[in-house]
Design a binder for this molecule. Structure first.
Ligand code: ADP
Ligand code: MG
Length: 729
């Protein structure tokens, strides 16, 4: 066996599980590394505590003097836990988190008076010297730098010996350079819009919170094996590799018990999550071999997004201790399932009502139907933008593959609710008769709670499905920052609710309709208008692609095509109206995303070319030489009869040559196309060229390589194989 593979496999075989024993009960340690309500009460003065609470609950500003007091308490708390450094923790548009650590420790210029210092200034604002974060041209690096600003709605936490302060990252001119700033604005927009609509039903509602419960899927691969693959190291996925004899067809992984090594990893990970206040709850195997899932209890969306970003960091760090590498890529292995991150989403009032949970009384059902139908309408109006919000080079591999939602956005609501909508639609025009009203409220609508209880028919192929008391956005990629999808979803729902309220108010104020009738009337129109987005069938089928086209739904299979919708007039107007992002901010994001797409494909192209030429071809030649030598020997022994005796070897020699030739020509052509692409001037043109002229070579090159893997002596093959990557426990 090749030395690289041999070493990697030997290392893996030697591994003993890193034991991990939880010391305390989960509930006892939960959030102990978070500056949460409990620690704030303990370490802050009454004024400082109230200041933070007002900021969290009512969005009040914290003045500088108060910030000094808060910083003082936060520092005391952190020092009591052995913390030495602090950092502003933020989420730049690169998909990962960023931090720059500063020590609390300070001395005066002559080295005297050493003290631990941390004031309101350091808490509230920092310049991260981050001129190399992507900014899409907003932040001219010569002019001004961006700064990070404290987000008091997400509590500070300790990781290792560092106090991490969640922050937004904005330019000096106020434009958002990160994921969090637009998300906070979108959450504010949906709060205002939904609260106004809630007042139709309950005057006491003062605040509506968007909730998010994500489900993180991932692959866990032995570190030595992962490190032996240049493609995994450089791109997070395998660019080649023949599928192993056994894949996921037996479903034995999904129902199997979690291997000890993995279980120890999960236990330590959960322990770390508990300390950080991330309420993880379920852990289980996923469909593909070595694929797993972790899900928390849902939380307020901003906090949930922070927790998911933090979790992804923590997962990688804990994995190192257990000699694993976590793959967040949406499709790390060909032929087995990819990974997603379902985003379960709902709206909750400060009076404790889940607005997407069918109520017990007719009146609360009208409220449920209002939010339910408006959500559907929002998705219908902005389906292209929804698709754009989840578009990345890596997610393209998953969308439309036969285990993932298609690139077409549609909404699944289940049979029972379909019937409820049909019944509502059937009500004759104009004012509702008293009988109709009672009928709707009691006989049809009133039945929702019961029928939903056995709503087991959850269509797994739908990208956006109603699952009893929430919508589940399933097309989000496993490596994504949820903020992108959540900013979009909450924005479109906010806009829809604003429009809905306007329509209802017109009917009430100008047409003198009763409020209930007006609501019913507007909803009924929506039901008629939104039929094309509702789909209950098999989203994986070819028939759906044809049907969706007839319905006028978009089907953007690639990221460059999908992203276009971000900068359409409609999207720009939406984000502008809601003050979520101005035109510059949206255009900058578009720029960053198409550029990132081009870069990712560029890197994959380079790595694939390199592996094909420097691993696969030399190995194939070496094996071919062995065959040639063998044929020569046979000729020596058998003379002119050798040809029939060496028949198979001769075929192999030819076959190997033809694949080598295939690889060389295709790699050469791909390089030519990359050269063309690199000469293009705009990021958009480059992304298109990489998508349509460079990427198509990947499959061709891969096919030749994978065929060679089957032909060449296993001893000689340098690349760790699928069966080793996927089935080593
Ligand atoms: P599954 O979809 O795997 O069958 P569940 O339906 O039990 O699992 O829930 C999946 C996720 O939905 C969990 O992470 C949970 O926290 C989240 N969830 C449940 N209710 C809500 C809600 N009202 N808002 C947001 N997320 C929710
Ligand atoms: Mg789910």
């Amino acid at each position: 066996m090749s030395t690289v593979r041999f070493k990697a496999l030997a290392q893996t075989a030697d591994r003993k599980p890193v034991a991990f024993e939880e010391a305390d009960k989960k509930s006892a340690i939960f959030g102990s590394n978070v500056f949460n309500d409990k620690s704030m009460r303990q370490f802050l003065t009454q004024d400082a505590y109230q200041g933070v609470r007002d900021a969290i609950l009512h969005g009040k500003k914290i003045d500088r003097k108060l910030a000094d007091y808060i910083a003082l308490g936060m520092k005391e708390w952190a020092l009591s836990k052995g913390v030495t450094h602090y950092t502003h923790w933020f989420q730049p548009l690169t998909g990962t988190t960023a931090e720059k650590h500063d020590a609390f420790f300070e001395t005066s210029f002559d080295g005297s008076d050493p003290v631990e210092k941390f004031g309101g200034g350091q808490l509230v604002q920092q310049e991260p010297d981050a001129s190399s974060f992507p900014n899409g041209g907003i932040r001219n690096t010569f002019e001004a730098r961006g700064y990070t600003a404290w987000d008091p709605t997400s509590p500070a936490f300790i990781f290792g010996t560092t106090l991490c302060i969640p922050t937004v990252f904005v330019s000096y001119t106020g434009e958002a350079l990160d994921y969090k700033a637009p998300l906070l604005r979108a959450l504010n927009a949906v709060d205002n819009a939904a609260t106004n609509v809630c007042k139709y039903f309950d005057k006491n509602v003062k605040k509506v919170t968007a909730t998010l419960g994500w489900e993180q899927e991932y692959f866990l691969i032995d570190a030595a094996l992962a490190n032996s693959r240049p493609d995994i190291i450089m791109t997070g996925r395998t660019l080649l590799g023949h599928s192993s004899a056994k894949g996921q067809q037996l479903d034995d992984h999904y129902f199997g018990s979690i291997p000890t090594r993995v279980l120890n990893y999960m236990r330590e990970l959960e322990y770390e999550c508990m300390l950080l206040g991330i309420p993880v709850k379920t852990r289980h195997n996923e469909v593909a071999p070595n694929q797993f899932e972790l899900a928390p209890i849902f939380e307020e969306t901003n906090l949930a997004v922070d927790h998911n970003s933090l979790l992804m960091d923590v997962m990688q760090k804990v994995a190192e201790r257990h000699n694993f590498r976590v793959l967040f890529h949406e499709k790390p292995f060909k032929g087995v399932n990819g990974s997603g991150k379902h985003n379960n989403w709902s709206l909750a009032t400060d009076t404790g009502v889940n607005l997407l949970s069918p109520g017990k009384t007719p009146m609360s059902n009208l409220q449920f139907l209002t939010f339910f139908i408006n959500s559907i309408k929002a998705v219908q109006t902005y389906e292209e933008l929804m698709r754009a919000s989840i578009a990345t080079a890596s997610n393209d591999h998953r969308l439309g593959a036969n285990e993932a939602p298609p690139a077409i956005i549609s909404v699944f609501i289940g049979e029972q609710l379909t019937r409820v909508l049909e019944a509502l639609e059937g009500v004759s025009d104009g004012k509702l008769s008293p009988e109709e009203k009672t009928g709707l409220k009691l006989n049809v609508v009133g039945k929702i709670p019961d029928v939903l209880l056995d709503n087991t028919d959850r269509n797994r192929t739908s990208p956006f499905a109603f699952t009893g008391n929430k919508f589940e956005f399933r097309a989000v990629g496993s490596s994504a920052n949820c903020a992108n999808a959540m900013t979009t979803l909450n924005s479109i729902v906010a806009k829809q609710l604003i429009d809905f309220k306007k329509e209802v108010d017109v009917l009430v104020d100008k047409k003198g309709m009763k409020k209930d009738d007006a609501i019913f009337n507007v909803l009924r129109e929506y039901i008629k208008e939104t039929k094309n987005i509702l789909f209950e069938g098999d989203g994986y089928s070819d028939a759906w692609q044809v049907e969706a086209e007839k319905r006028g739904l978009s089907n953007h299979k690639t990221t460059p095509e999908a992203l276009k919708a971000k900068i359409s007039e409609k999207s720009l107007a939406l984000f502008d109206e809601l003050k979520v992002m101005n035109h510059t901010e949206v255009e900058a994001r578009y720029e960053i995303e198409v550029e990132e797409y081009a870069k990712k494909i560029q890197i994959e192209g380079r790595v694939l070319g390199d592996i094909a030429r420097n691993h696969v071809v030399p190995t194939a030649i070496r094996y071919q030489n062995l065959l040639i030598e063998n044929v020569r020997g046979l000729k020596e022994i058998f003379g002119k009869d050798y040809e029939s005796i060496a028949k198979e070897q001769l075929i192999l020699i030819k076959e190997i040559s033809s694949h080598i030739e295939g690889i060389n020509t295709k790699v050469e052509e791909m390089i030519q196309q990359r050269r063309h692409a690199n000469k293009l001037t705009t990021a958009e043109e480059m992304a298109h060229a990489y998508c349509f002229n460079v990427k198509p070579f990947f499959d061709e090159i891969r096919n030749h390589c994978d065929k060679l893997e089957l032909l060449v002596d296993d001893e000689m093959w340098t690349l760790t194989k699928y069966r080793e990557l996927l089935f080593t426990k």
